[in-house]
Design a protein. Structure first.
Lengths: 227, 227
């Protein structure tokens, strides 16, 4: 896979030991996440909207109501910035200054376009659903023509991107290691709880296997198994 | 507490049953979160940067290196959009169309300014640390003058804000409730794991109480207890 070429927008100047420009690192972060923050300019003002997203090959996808301001603005080919940030832990150092956060973050720049072909739109919505819940697409009631029309799907090539990753223990000033202060990392993770059935769930419908022991970050592995 | 007045930027037009404009709802979300996404315009392009943040009264704070592009741009009083989104669950409906996400999200607009007074800066950094780890500020090595200079703290009044919250089971089309499809909510939550001590931790330093059974969302309660 080809690397990303750092640009004026994506070149990481400070702490560049945390910077990655290879697609593998970037896609590993994207495939482990669920929510992206999309930034765009409307009437001269910056807007940031959170949305679920998915990746197929070298493109990022997100979707929503055809009436959404964000989607209507962004499909017009205006410049967007998409940020996906995963928080892995709080880093407790011996001084306030060296406290930090362990994270994996991707910042992407580009222009999005609407997926207009109906078959293509349906196919990528299926990919999104299957990414989250392998096997569910065949179980649910099929999408109607009207629903497909009311859904906007945007797609953006992943071409201008930077990935920043911090891992590991705090890095303290050398003399501070002698202090009697606890230091280390408090790991953080998004976990799934026990599925809560809809109060109106039809009697006798079992919990699907894909919801048992659900691991949000296993997207990437599920994707690889499916490909 | 006074409510927010919806503006052209914050008026939620679709699904407005999810909209909240009271400070209590907004602050409850802000106090339960850790990471904000700050959007701003630089050279005509939108940028979105993730950052930790904290709230004091009716102001939002975030900080970083004085050399950060985001902070240097934003302290100049340019318009910013700050988004805090907490994901509470995946909502599985009987049709793809009605699948959804349970979330709590705040979108804020305003202009940020740098906290320049040294004493004030120090005080708010203490508040940030104590919000996360009550008692830690007194344990760690005090901030030096140089460190304080190298740290930029930004603050923004919380005046133009909208909060959007979705909770509860899926809402399906009436005929679909008869289908043999599992429906409900898969709850998601950010949880802390077991603290990992720095390999260079001085022998005999115990794990602080504030890291035992750590509950990330208990910020708000800790804040209330401290006030």
């Amino acid at each position: 896979m080809s690397d990303f070429k750092p640009t004026a927008k994506t070149k990481i100047k400070r702490l560049n030991k945390r910077a990655h420009y290879d697609r593998q690192s970037t896609y590993a972060v994207l495939d482990a996440g669920l929510v992206a923050h999309v930034g765009y300019v409307f009437d001269g003002h910056p807007y940031v909207t959170s949305t679920s997203y998915w990746r197929e090959g070298d493109r990022l996808f997100w979707h929503g109501s055809s009436a959404s301001r964000m989607l209507k603005t962004v499909r017009g080919g205006v410049p967007v910035c998409v940020n996906v940030s995963l928080i892995d832990g709080l880093v407790l150092a011996r001084s306030g200054f060296h406290h930090s956060v362990n994270y994996r973050a991707v910042m992407m720049f580009g222009q999005a376009e609407a997926v207009t072909d109906e078959a293509e739109k349906l196919k990528t919505l299926e990919a999104f659903t299957e990414r989250l819940f392998p096997g569910r697409w065949a179980e649910i009631r099929p999408v109607t023509k009207q629903e497909l029309k009311a859904t906007m799907v945007l797609s953006m090539p992943i071409e201008e991107a930077a990935t920043k990753i911090r891992t590991g223990p705090p890095v303290d000033d050398e003399p501070d290691y002698e202090l009697d202060v606890w230091a280390g990392v408090l790991p953080l993770k998004v976990v799934a709880g026990e599925p809560v059935a809809d109060p109106r769930l039809k009697a006798g419908v079992p919990l699907p296997d894909y919801l048992r022991g659900y691991d949000l970050e296993a997207y990437g592995e599920r994707r690889e198994a499916a490909e």
